[in-house]
Design a protein around this ligand. Structure first.
Ligand code: FDP
Length: 338
């Protein structure tokens, strides 16, 4: 079989008019940075990268050393490339401008440098999630407001899972594609083109320890799945929860399933657990491009008008039929209340 590298794939996409040169170079730079993060992650304890950094991010969460290292790798790699007008990250309160000594480009990059960081120290898959937007015309000093564009405006989105293999999943809005890192050669190689998520599934992912805090429609939906063969759904469902969104989403991209981080009483005041701009939006774009669905339980994620760079939202994504059912339960409950 002839291998197609990420670079070849990007050239083909350019020739087909689906990506411009600047965006394709930006993705190459991000992929190169992620290879460096993979190296740091793989070194584990002997690389001195495990454990707490002793700092907190802007959301008051303790930062791991690898959170900080990965953020720096992505910032450094992208500063000089000339494709960006600014970057924003989970680890920084405000967007980071491109230093004056480097040329500026027309794109905005958002990322969660190391998703699932609670899993780093126990050697379970973690990942990087990113989203690319166009910098509004005429804006030379982008602020948070310029990043607050609806998910439907994303030009590209992707994630990298640092697991047994390092895998990049990417979309430009023309299907979702997977690349696997060939460590010896140092290249990402196309391993699945045009991934399709099955519409139906018998597998769900949720942190069940929050069950007592969920809203009524969520209790109803999961209750029906747990009731199995004898319940209203008439079949048994299986459950998985890695607690690294990238790993849970990658399983869904591979064999179908659904992932939920719903609203619950503990996080209601924050709006949810996961971040819209660099977690929910890129994952929703990737999932929809693979034939799946992504919702807050009430609205399509990609249609949300962002109100803050670090805004949190409930996330329901995966096989379409299940997302439709659980969204219907939420709307029905809202209707009954209203
Ligand atoms: P983490 O806080 O470890 O970075 O991004 C948030 C996230 O991980 C997701 O990757 C993961 O799905 C979720 O939080 C896990 O949350 P719980 O610890 O509440 O299960």
């Amino acid at each position: 079989m002839k291998h197609v590298s990420l670079i070849q794939f990007l050239i083909e996409e350019r020739r087909a008019g689906r990506v411009n040169a600047e965006l394709s170079l930006l993705i190459e730079v991000v992929a190169r940075a992620c290879k460096r993060i993979a190296v740091a992650t793989n070194k584990g304890a002997i690389g001195g990268v495990l454990g707490e950094a002793g700092t907190g991010n802007i959301q008051g969460e303790a930062q791991k050393k690898l959170d900080v290292i990965s953020n720096e790798i992505l910032l450094e790699a992208n500063a000089w490339g000339g494709q960006l007008a600014a970057c924003a990250s989970e680890e920084m309160e405000d967007p980071q401008p491109i230093p004056d000594m480097y040329p500026k480009g027309h794109h905005l990059l958002l990322f969660d440098p190391l998703d699932g960081s609670s899993n780093i120290d126990v050697n379970i898959s973690v990942g990087t999630i990113f989203s690319v937007l166009r910098c509004p015309d005429g804006v030379t000093e982008p602020t948070a407001e310029h990043f607050q564009q609806k998910g439907t405006t994303q030009l590209a989105a992707g994630y990298v899972v640092y697991g047994p293999a390092t895998v990049l999943v990417l979309t430009f809005g023309h299907g979702t594609h997977e690349f696997t890192l060939d460590r010896e050669v140092g290249s990402f190689i196309l391993s699945r083109r045009d991934i399709r998520i099955p519409e139906e599934t018998g597998e769900f992912a949720i942190n069940m320890s929050n069950q007592r805090h969920w809203e009524a429609p969520m209790q109803r939906y999961i209750g029906e799945l747990l009731a199995g063969l004898d319940g209203p759904r008439g079949r048994d469902f299986n459950m998985r929860w890695v607690a690294s969104m990238v790993a849970d989403v990658h399983r869904i991209i591979t064999r179908g399933g659904v992932f939920f981080y719903p609203l619950d009483a503990k996080i209601r005041s924050k709006g949810g657990k996961l971040r819209l701009m660099y977690e929910a939006n890129p994952m929703a774009f990737i999932i929809e491009q693979a034939g799946g669905a992504a919702s807050t339980g009430r609205e399509r994620i990609l249609d949300l008008q962002p109100t803050g760079l670090h805004q949190r939202v409930p996330v329901f994504l995966g096989s379409k039929k299940e997302i439709d059912i659980v969204t219907h339960y939420h709307r029905e409950a809202d209707g009954a209340q209203g």
